[in-house]
Ligand binder design. Sequence first.
Ligand code: ZN
Length: 154
Amino acid sequence: MESRELYQDIILDHGRKPRNFHKMDHPSHFAHGHNPLCGDRVTVFLDVEGDKIKDVSFDGRGCAISTASASLMTEVLKGKTLAEAEELFKAFHAEVTGGEVPAVEETLQDDFERLAPLEGVKAYPTRVKCATLAWHAFEAALKNGATGATVKTE
Ligand code: ZN
């Protein structure tokens, strides 16, 4: 199978059956993300202890790309340290915006590759916002703790 088709299948699968798709009862951090261009809404919940992401989930409603991206994000972030999460976000952001992708630690290679199905959005600037929405909500959650900020893509 061509990797493009495989990637398409992964996005459709995660779009239809998102993983970790539920509200968290007592998150240590959470934030809402809104992408008005597409109408995507996502809330990211975190359970952070020390510098480790013990659990991460999301809910909301959006297009297949935003839902798949949030779903894949929760899969790769679970169990990571905040520094590792930041590294993955930087590399992912560079990849989908067509920037120069920084090298990630060897221990994070597999996780970074799991995000590869979304790299195709770089050809579609409006889709980039769909793909990065959950990650921006994740960053906002980390900054705002349990008060729950809202981040809007521009
Ligand atoms: Zn969207």
